[in-house]
Design a protein around this ligand. Structure first.
Ligand code: KG4
Ligand code: ZN
Length: 342
């Protein structure tokens, strides 16, 4: 019997400050994953400057795609489809990837599959956890989003909780700036907190009264800023490592509590995490422990697949492609695209 042909997808991601391309085979095997980060450039300004991001994407995208094809040892003609992030994200940045994907798909007469960035983050879990299949609960914690998602099936999502204000990564970045760590702050707080005492300062845990699965991080962020100002006014010394560790503990505890509540109440036995903040070592350890205590299987991608990359977009595009999703030449960047919309 003829074996089912392998499906090779060339995926492109340019929604924020990484220009990325990858080749993914059959939705689970990453043949290449090339990322050109603009972090060094944006560091100068303390955050991502949209106009600079778009310009850099234009400069890098062809080179990144060429490298991805070379590393995977394939040609464009070997691809079965082109996957691309078309939202949410910075509109100018997204447009570069979308225009590139459309041009390649048109020139090579290949199907075009637009992907939701968060669907990509969630799908990153399928790369190294071959046995992971829906349904499961996924906590998505990135620089722009904090969502608790019930993954009902491939491509089928129900958002059950979200942040009411700042995203988790945004809170990490703002607190990092306040203690002079620079951008992006998440990894720096992660590192510095290892030298600090997480019980030194009792920052508030941000529970939302009327939303058991919702989050709010602006309160804890303000309380860190107030604490620093208070110390300065009194002329007291303060420890940046203690602030980092205590802040991280307050955020982590809420993320773990809400995620565990969702898993139990939805009758699930699997929990996954995704997004840049999912590479946080304290969050990973706390989730692992809570899952073990509650007999829940815990899944997470390696750090390289947590932060923005195109491999995750290739995985998501594969499952959309298999479902028959095809986008036309009118595919546009949608900066506020909702999860589950096509
Ligand atoms: O998923 P991502 O690369 O981009 C978005 O889609 O937003 O996430 C970037 C965010 C940044 O806010 C960064 O500070 C945070 O993820 N981050 C971390 C860690 N690594 C990245 N936050 C906490 N701990 C980390 N180790
Ligand atoms: Zn992202």
């Amino acid at each position: 019997m003829k074996e089912k042909k392998d499906v090779l997808i060339l995926a492109i991601e340019s929604s924020c400050d990484e220009t990325a391309a990858a080749v993914v085979k059959n939705g689970r095997e990453v043949l290449s994953n090339v990322i050109s980060s603009q972090i060094e450039l944006h560091k100068l300004y303390g955050g991502v400057v949209p106009e600079i991001a778009s310009r850099k994407h234009i400069e890098k995208i062809n080179q990144v795609i060429e490298e991805a094809l070379k590393e995977a040892d394939i040609k464009l003609d070997d691809c079965d489809a082109i996957g691309v992030t078309y939202g949410p994200g910075l509109v100018g940045a997204l447009l570069v990837g979308v225009a590139e994907a459309k041009a390649i798909a048109y020139a090579k007469d290949l199907p075009l599959v637009g992907v939701h960035h968060i669907e990509g983050h969630i799908s990153a879990n399928y790369i190294e956890n071959k046995e992971l299949k829906p349904p499961f609960i996924c906590l998505v914690v990135s620089g722009g989003h904090t969502h608790l998602v019930c993954v009902k099936d491939y491509g089928e999502y129900e958002i059950i909780g979200r942040t009411r204000d700042d995203a988790a990564g945004e809170a990490f970045d703002k607190v990092a700036r306040a203690i002079g760590l620079g951008y992006p702050g998440g990894p720096k707080i992660d590192k510095l907190s290892k030298e600090g005492n997480a019980d030194a300062i009792a920052f508030p845990k941000a529970h939302v009264e009327d939303g058991p699965y919702d989050f709010s991080f602006s309160g804890v962020k303000s309380s860190v800023l107030n604490y620093i100002n208070g110390c300065k006014m009194k002329g007291d010394d303060y420890s940046c490592a203690d602030i980092a560790a205590s802040f991280q503990k307050a955020v982590t505890e809420v993320l773990v509590e809400n995620a565990m509540r969702a898993v139990k109440e939805y009758g699930m036995d699997k929990l996954a995490i995704a997004g840049g903040v999912a590479s946080n070592s304290t969050l990973r350890a706390a989730m692992e422990k809570a899952c073990e205590e509650n007999n829940i299987r815990f899944f997470h991608p390696s750090p390289i697949y947590c932060t923005d990359n195109a491999a995750m977009i290739g995985v998501a595009a594969y499952y959309e492609y298999e479902k028959g999703v095809r986008h036309g030449w009118d595919l546009n960047a949608v900066p506020n695209l909702k999860l589950g919309e096509r």
